[in-house]
Design a protein around this ligand. Structure first.
Ligand SMILES: Nc1ncnc2c1ncn2[C@@H]1O[C@H](COP(=O)(O)OP(=O)(O)OP(=O)(O)O)[C@@H](O)[C@H]1O
Ligand SMILES: [Mg+2]
Length: 401
């Protein structure tokens, strides 16, 4: 077998362009595939047609010559050629300098077609862009829903606070009516006394004894009611004062827990007793507004969990804080059913909920995660405690970040 002839056959008929040119670009040889693709005839080659005419940009040819002058070989140079229909053919060019006795230095080149690869790359770049766009849209939708959830939570809280204030207001109002009645009676007695200073003659029906002792009771009741209203409004004022979502300042976590409990009382007061074990902790640099939101979400979740047991007896929510080295630690333990191990990995995902439609959107814990982990470089996790309930814990570093 004559290998030269076999190789020539192979080179002529494979689907790569093979060609040989002088350094000036004059074709010495072009295989059949190249001739067909570029529309070049053997006659044109003999007449000295130049390869440079087929490069889309002359810089590609200049790069090739530069590399060959430096090291006699060039690999994987991306080039674009114009085919016979005026369409762009993108290829990788591999070349070397061959010292030919008759012609002097000639360039041997092979070009393989990478058009499909390039269009695939373009397509995947387009897909990537579409994906990034879809991702952004998802993020926007998440933020909108998170905002809506916050508004809904605020609405529910406002209703709860109104209810909490309404109750003492109700008895203060009715007490005030009784006091007005008693005042009338006392006024008429005084008038009698003024008219007739002889006290012996004024008839004591026993009614006055009742009025005086009841007055004492209702004044005490009013005082308690007004104190309850003051506690709630003070908490509301502090929570409302937190301001900007992105600013961090020294924050009293224990006070924030008390405020959130006061404001959210209507959410848990018939469901759970609250037990507190708040340690002596320093002020912590954080965004109060966001941390209040975390506290509220965790308290409401704990209350929902206990409620789901449908027990006649009240459950228990234990809230603890402590300082552990340079971390502030918060944990809330409930006497609910605990978190099913099968869903433990999902509960911090956005939109994951086991609650019926209308009761939960599944955003609460994902917001908590975002606030603690992303905004405050902390950690948040859940464990089931021995008694069966869930314990959610978060830690926040004490240093400013
Ligand atoms: N204390 C808990 N005990 C048991 N399961 C819990 C507790 N807290 C949360 N979960 C589970 O985690 C899920 C996700 O909670 P998350 O707060 O993110 O959403 P949600 O409470 O269902 O709805 P949303 O908070 O948006 O109103 C809940 O549906 C529930 O299954
Ligand atoms: Mg929730």
């Amino acid at each position: 077998m004559d290998l030269d002839i076999e190789f020539k056959k192979l080179i002529d008929n494979c689907s790569f362009i093979f060609y040989a040119t002088t350094f000036e670009g004059q074709f010495l040889y072009l295989n059949n595939f190249g001739k067909e693709l570029l529309g070049i005839t053997e006659k044109e080659i003999k007449n000295g047609i130049n390869v440079a005419n087929y490069y889309v940009s002359p810089e590609d040819r200049e790069d090739l010559l530069q590399q060959l002058e430096l090291k006699n070989i060039s690999d994987n140079l991306e080039i674009r050629l114009l085919d016979k229909n005026g369409k762009i053919f993108t290829g990788h060019e591999h070349s070397l300098v061959y010292p030919d006795e008759a012609e002097g230095d000639i360039i041997l080149s092979l070009v393989n077609d990478i058009s499909e690869f390039v269009s695939l790359n373009l397509n995947s770049a387009k897909l990537n862009l579409e994906l990034a766009d879809a991702n952004q849209k998802l993020k926007d939708a998440y933020n909108t829903m998170a905002q809506q959830e916050k508004m809904a939570a605020i609405g529910e809280l406002a209703a709860g606070v109104a209810h909490e204030i309404n109750n003492p207001l109700g008895f203060i109002k009715s007490n005030t009516r009784s006091m007005t009645k008693y005042l009338k009676m006392l006024t008429s007695v005084f008038k009698e006394i003024l008219k007739n200073p002889d006290l012996e003659k004024i008839e004591n029906t026993g009614e006055m004894d009742f009025v005086l002792s009841d007055l004492k009771d209702i004044l005490k009741e009013n005082e308690d009611g007004l104190n309850r209203i003051a506690v709630i409004t003070e908490s509301l004022k502090r929570v409302a004062r937190m301001g900007d979502e992105n600013v961090k300042s020294d924050f009293d976590l224990n006070q924030a827990i008390m405020d959130t409990l006061n404001i959210a009382k209507s959410q848990y007061k018939y469901i759970a007793e609250i037990k507190l074990d708040l340690g002596e902790i320093p002020l912590v640099p954080c965004n109060g507004n966001s941390i209040n939101q975390v506290l509220l979400n965790l308290i409401v979740n704990a209350s929902h969990a206990i409620e789901s047991l449908e027990s006649k007896e009240k459950g228990e929510i234990l809230i603890e804080t402590s300082l552990q080295n340079s971390l502030i630690k918060f944990s809330i333990t409930d006497s609910g059913p605990g978190v099913d191990p099968a869903i433990k990995n999902k509960i911090f995902d956005p939109f994951f909920t086991t609650k019926e439609v209308g009761k939960g959107t599944g955003l609460g814990l994902s917001l908590c995660y975002d606030i603690i982990v992303q905004k405050h470089q902390g950690r948040i996790w859940v464990e089931n405690c021995d008694k069966g309930g869930a314990q959610f814990t978060f830690t926040i570093p004490m240093y400013k970040v």
